[in-house]
Unconditional design. Sequence first.
Length: 286
Amino acid sequence: MQFRTILPAPKYPFTIELDDPIMLVGSCFSDNIGHYFDSRRFNVLSNPFGVLFNPVSIERALQFMINPEKLDKNRYFYKYRDLWISFAHHGKFSKDIYEDFEDNIELQLYQSSSFLKKTKYLFITFGTAYCYKFIPRDLIVSNCHKIPNHQFERIKLDIKQVVSLWKNLISKLEEINPEMKIIFTVSPVRHLSDGAHGNSISKATLIMSLEKLIDNEKTFYFPAFEYLLDDLRDYRFYGKDLCHPNDMAVNYLEEKIVESFFTEETIMKISEIEKENRFMNHRKFR
C-alpha cells in the first residue's frame, strides 16, 4: 500500500554541469539551494541583494543588475536611527558608515551584473504576493528594516500585475543573455503572518502567475512548493516554527534537483566532492 503522494522528479530539455554559471534570486529557499550548489563547488552566485520575497522586489533587483545606473540612491538609500539602509536590499547590507554602506552595495551590484550577463541558469523563487509600500516615498520595499508599521501600506499583488511586470523583464533578460534558462519556483515556506487563508491566496497568486509565464523553452517551473505540500505533507518536515522546511525536507528537495537537472557524470563528480568535504571536515581524535 502507498501512504503518500510521491511526485516524480520533472525532466527538462537541458542538464546542469559542474562548471555552468548559476544565479539564484529570491526567498530564503534560494539561499538553501544556493548553499547546496556552493558546497558542491558549482559556479554559483546566490541572492546578491540578500533574501527577497515578493515578485516586485525580485524583478527590481534584476533590473538593477541589467542596468546598475538605475539604482537611484536618493530614492532607495535611507538613514534610520544610526544605520544606513537600502529599500532595495536585505537588512544585512545596513551599515552605520555611509561610505562602507555605499561601497559594499556598489561592489555587489557590479559583480552580480557581470555574473547575470554570463550565467547559464537563473533560479527565481517567489515567496509571497504581499508587499509593503513605504508611504513617505511611495515605494515598494524589499525589507521594512524594523521601521514602524504605520509608515507602510500592505499591498497584495494580483496575477495581472505579476505577469505584466515579469514578461517585460524576461524579454530584457533574453536580450542581454539569449542562452540563459530561467527556472521559477514558489517557496514552500508558509507566511502565516499573512494569515492561513491569506497565505493560501498569496501562493495561489504566485502559482497562477507562473502558469502564464512558463513556456518550457526559456522559462521553466520546478515544483518545490508541491514537493513539500503534496509529497512530504507532514509537520515532521518543518522546523520548530512549523513554517520553514527542516533539514530533512531541504535534503529531499536537493535530491529532486539532482534527479531533474544532473547527468550521471555530474552526479559522480559531486559524490567525489562530497567525500572530499567529509574528509576535510572530519575531526581528528587521539
